[in-house]
Design a binder for this molecule. Sequence first.
Ligand code: HH2
Length: 285
Amino acid sequence: MRWTTARFEIDLTRPRVMGIVNLTPDSFSDGGRWLEARQALRHAEQLLREGADILDLGAESSRPGAPGVPEAAEWGRLQPVLEELSHWGVPLSVDTCKPGVMARALALGVDVINDIQALQAPGALAAVAAHPRAGVCLMHMRGAAATMQNLVHYDDVLAEVRAFLAQRVEELTGAGVGRQRICVDPGFGFAKTPRQNLELGQRLNELHGLGLPLLVGWSRKSTLGWLTGRPVDQRLPASLAAGLAALQRGAHILRVHDVAASVEALNTWMALQPTAGQCAASQKT
Ligand code: HH2
């Protein structure tokens, strides 16, 4: 499977790691650390050294209850970092719900728009459709950061997430965004209880019917804290295990904070796949 993005055809026959660069003062696990542009670039460089295949830059936190960021402020955080990163020759994704930010980022040469609102804001779909190749990640959630944790009634969480994503894909293709540009994400932690997140993870393979690349974001999420009793800075083992479980059910891209550890876990998991026998043996010599 391949994912067409603005400058890159991303080969997904091998799972990929998307490294998170948060340019926010209030992200749930690393808010404030990378706010200053130079620090953000250093962090991006580090993630690439550690083996990230794609960088995902976000300048507005989506944690439950996070206050919104005005468009000018969000773009003000992103612009200097994107202007530099656009020369680095690596796939860049921007995590935003705002059509104005999408349009500016795409004009700067960004490859993917990652929208936790699945391009539902007025003008968002048009901003992405205006670019002939830009990739897009459509994530499932309900409501907004302030309200989502009250919107957790589902009769069948997997079926409802799948139906939502299928409907959004239909809308995008109807507007001229080819399926080869679209990736989908069940949205772990967004308008779901811990048990619902676990059920989604257990049944992730049921999303393959959509026939699209599957991205998952388990990294440091509160469901892992619920499961292990660990605070956010001690959730790496659980994040790695959740990521590998997602790979086992056919996920194509892991969105992670801890790139080095994730790449190591991914490579080990790959070497242990039945089809990897010869490759692992040849690496050993
Ligand atoms: N999770 C977060 C943000 N964006 N995008 C996708 N596609 N999937 C996710 O699971 C996802 C996402 C939340 O993580 P983080 O960016 O670290 O936190 P914050 O939103 O507080 O900045």
